[in-house]
Design a protein around this ligand. Sequence first.
Ligand code: HEM
Ligand code: HEM
Length: 176
Amino acid sequence: MHARYSTPQITLHWLSALLVLTIIALPYGSDFFAPFLGGEGGVFTLHKSLGLTVLLLTLLRVVVRARHGAPQLLPTDARFQQFAAKAGHALLYLLLLAMPLTGLIFGKRPVNLFWLVEIGPLPLADGTRALAKQFHVTAQYLLFALILGHAGIALWHHYARRDGVLHGMLPVAKPR
Ligand code: HEM
Ligand code: HEM
């Protein structure tokens, strides 16, 4: 049997991936989504609500990760690959926390969470808000690069190396 992530980790990974891609698509495809969401305000209400959901899911993932650990999917002697994978995953986790946190910090108006309850704004100085906004709109490019690299490497393992790394994060094990 090949090593795999636990079912909660796999579920949280794919749910977060879907949410993050939607969160990114919303502001960039604003013209397309706005008519379905009652205007541009609605686009950002959904962007923020899903973003805060990702923050919660990521906190949960970190707890689950601390309990379950991660399976050894790469060969034990592939030292550089091991290091690069760890660093890449750590950066992804960091951004999955930093993006929603900075979003929450820089908003001046309350977030209308899923059109249900209003939260915030946080009582912060204008300088802090400006810094958080700068981070939010700049770090998105680091996030894009990491996601593209991450998915690209996963597909390279799957189709070129055929080593079962992708199956470690899929609900089905690699057939023998
Ligand atoms: C995983 C979570 C998040 C990701 C990946 C993300 C990503 C992005 C991206 C890619 C943009 C487009 C920036 C641009 O137009 O250049 C953006 C804009 C924005 N985000 Fe987020 N975001 C996240 C969470 C949040 C949260 C939780 C909030 C607020 C509570 C928020 C508030 C905003 C606002 C207000 C803008 C518009 C900024 C502007 O004035 O250009 N975001 N975000
Ligand atoms: C928004 C998109 C994505 C994000 C934010 C993301 C994030 C992450 C994170 C943080 C981990 C580390 C899990 C841990 O060790 O606790 C991980 C692992 C993994 N992801 Fe993703 N992921 C995304 C999309 C994808 C896609 C599209 C694929 C496949 C094409 C993929 C395949 C994998 C695989 C195979 C692993 C396990 C790698 C290993 O442990 O060596 N991910 N992902």
